[in-house]
Design a protein around this ligand. Structure first.
Ligand code: WT7
Length: 635
């Protein structure tokens, strides 16, 4: 029996039981079986959830790029590592072999060095989905620099905030990007951000759309000439198991996003292990995750997990609707994709279109279908299963988070019987717990509660950059001795988990995690706005959409409401990005508040969702009459 690769339900249960009884032994065997180490660990695990402090494979030395690249060169150098599919289907796809990836990563690493980047320095990466994005992550890892990828849909102030929080030295970007029929002026956004980012000493610019851009002498450098002059050999830096590999920001309950810090060895072992098992990847398979590398899904399942398994991983620059809604399926046929991993919001958007877009293509290569990012509703699940998987490819509904680094709860395809809307069973090494309101663990089945994890796993984030206190408060304070996920979940009669959604002020819109507070902060920047509250409401395609209740100052009263709505969304776009725009904005004279001044979001949520039959007790409110007013004017 191999510890690394599970085949069959009985084996899953055996491995799972072992991973709970002897977690250290379990992970040690996985780590020994599949990876190359410069030095083995002295201790598998050290942990304390009170502090909290977690260390995996302490004392081990490694470089993750040797595991993701170098070791495949001897046996598989000519195999395609990254298969790049450009935005325009008429442009040729690029097959980057492991040999070529090695050369390109090393050359890039040398360029970073020439810009003064060393071990522990932070590099911000703000790029579209082009090969240089994956390559720049690996180049940082090669020399021990910490990458901080910022999704290229974020605005200049969101970018600046993230650069400043972790004091990045170098920024990697491109002149612009393609998005379907549009182009986006990325460098323009960068230039605005750089007005307020004193830590950045140089900017490396990839030429992608050949647009006219501003290049500031001494600061901005075209990447290609530097690469042309760089050696394609670069010795990998020796890293400690616990050295940070990257920072990735995620929204929280305050305006400042949380810079989740991931470690090197634990992250590597856990992402590689889950990639292998959740997708049942076999040597010649072509794997495609449609996420953007700007999110954790792309970090773990486009870059690190697949490459650590010597896989072929597809990177797609475009969007599912360009040139038409058949694009995903065209790519599946063209590259004979075997595992396809996407988000429910994309499935719902495609399910709305003619079936012809799917039926036109030969999808017989598909073996496993994945879903991630939010609960997948039953209708979308069946559409995916029937029309894409033709009822032959199991759907893995994978639950996890930026903070968890790797998939936590998911079926193992061909082993775990799937059940629509259920993420089913925990991965080996993962010990979930459901908690009640009093903070006690709920035992048994057919129960629901708040989802916690009660034992450390290797890829858990170790801290929030520069703010360990916030890390402790956010994840380890709600339930003593446990990691709190922020999600609610239920466990059915056989022990399968179904994630029911966030129980905090985070709203998942089109699979993107958005905190209400930063959006409210942006709305309140409008000179005519006095106060605002934002809640989610159900949306056919996006899962949730945003509903804003806005109180105007006197100066705003009497102004054209549609113009105000446009201006408010414009400010949101500038502060956060277009993904956070409000679908509906209702102007109101007040917000329902408790006597201590807290906005009763529960009531606002119900009204926005058109679910006003049971608003609960509103008599304890400071201003119960406002509820009537809001209900009368609801959009
Ligand atoms: C939140 C984490 C890590 C993947 C990308 C999102 C929700 C994620 C599922 C799922 C139900 C899911 C949770 C979680 N979520 N996957 N399969 N079923 N909900 O990462 O931005 O950190 O968001 O996404 O609410 O807490 P993220």
């Amino acid at each position: 029996m191999s510890n690394y690769h599970i085949k069959g339900l009985e084996e899953y249960f055996n491995v799972y039981r072992k991973s709970v009884r002897y977690p250290e032994k379990f992970w040690e065997e996985v780590a020994e079986e599949h990876f190359v180490w410069r030095k083995k660990w002295d201790k598998v695990l050290d942990w304390n959830f009170e502090k909290p402090e977690v260390r995996w494979f302490e004392g081990a030395k490694l470089n993750i790029t040797e595991n993701c690249i170098d070791r495949h060169l001897l046996t598989n150098g000519e195999k395609t590592a990254i298969l790049f599919e450009p935005n325009n289907p008429e442009d040729e796809a690029e097959h980057i072999s492991y040999n070529q990836l090695s050369e390109r990563v090393n050359a890039f690493a040398n360029v970073l060095k020439s810009q003064g980047v060393g071990k522990g320095d932070r590099v911000c990466i703000y790029l579209p989905m082009i090969p240089e994005l994956a390559i720049s992550l690996l180049a940082c890892a090669r020399i021990g620099a910490i990458h901080s990828v910022v999704f290229a849909g974020f605005s200049s102030s969101a970018l600046a905030m993230r650069i400043n929080d972790s004091e990045c030295k170098v920024l990697v970007t491109s002149d612009g990007s393609y998005r379907g029929a549009k182009t986006i002026d990325l460098k323009g956004i960068v230039d605005e951000a750089l007005e307020n980012t004193p830590s950045i000493s140089s900017v490396l610019v990839v030429k992608r759309i050949e647009s006219q851009i501003n290049m500031e002498a001494g600061r901005d450098h075209w990447l290609q000439p530097l690469l042309d002059n760089a050696s394609n050999k670069c010795e990998a830096e020796t890293m400690d198991a616990e050295d940070p590999l990257f920072i990735l920001y995620t929204s929280g309950s305050t305006g400042m996003p949380k810079g989740m810090v991931h470690s090197t060895a634990g992250y590597m072992v856990n992402t590689a292990y889950t990639f292998k098992n959740v997708f049942q990847y076999r040597n010649d398979d072509v794997f495609w995750c449609t996420a953007d590398i700007g999110w954790i899904t792309g970090h773990s399942y486009i870059v690190y997990g697949p490459l650590a398994n010597g896989a072929t991983t597809v990177m797609f620059e475009g969007v599912p609707s360009y040139p038409d809604f058949g694009r995903f399926w065209e790519i599946v046929e063209k590259h004979k994709v075997n595992q396809f991993y996407t988000a429910p919001t994309a499935i719902r958007a495609l399910a709305k279109e003619k079936l012809d877009y799917v039926e036109k293509y030969d999808l017989s290569s598909l073996k496993v279908l994945g879903s991630v990012g939010e609960p997948i509703n039953e209708e979308a699940w069946h559409w995916y299963n029937d029309n894409v998987g033709k009822k032959k490819s199991p759907i893995v509904d994978t639950w996890w988070q930026t903070e968890t680094g790797a998939i936590m709860i998911s079926p193992i395809p061909f082993s775990t019987p799937t059940k629509p809307t259920y993420a089913t069973l925990p991965m080996p090494g993962i010990q979930p717990a459901l908690m009640d309101e009093e903070g006690k663990e709920i035992e048994g089945n057919q129960v629901d509660g708040r989802l916690c994890i009660k034992f450390p796993w290797p890829s858990m984030a170790r801290t929030i950059w520069g703010n360990h206190k916030r890390y402790k408060e956010t994840y380890f304070s709600a339930y003593e001795g446990k990691y709190f996920t922020g999600d609610g979940a239920l466990r059915d009669e056989v022990g399968y988990y179904r994630i029911t959604g966030r129980v905090d002020d985070v709203i998942i819109v089109s699979g993107h995690n958005l905190g209400t507070a930063p959006i409210e902060d942006a709305v309140n920047e409008h000179p005519a706005v006095a106060e605002s509250a934002i809640v989610g409401f159900p949306h056919d395609i996006k899962g949730n959409a945003l509903y804003g209740y806005v109180i105007l100052k006197e100066t705003g009263e009497g102004r054209d409401q549609n113009n105000l709505r446009k201006e408010i969304n414009q400010i949101i776009t500038e502060h956060i990005g277009p993904i956070a725009k409000l679908d509906k904005i209702q102007f109101t004279s007040g917000l329902p508040k408790t006597r201590s001044g807290k906005i009763m979001r529960r009531i606002l949520r119900k009204i926005a969702s058109n679910d006003t039959s049971n608003l609960g007790d509103t008599s304890t409110l400071l201003n119960p009459e406002i509820v009537e007013e809001i209900m009368k004017e609801v959009l």
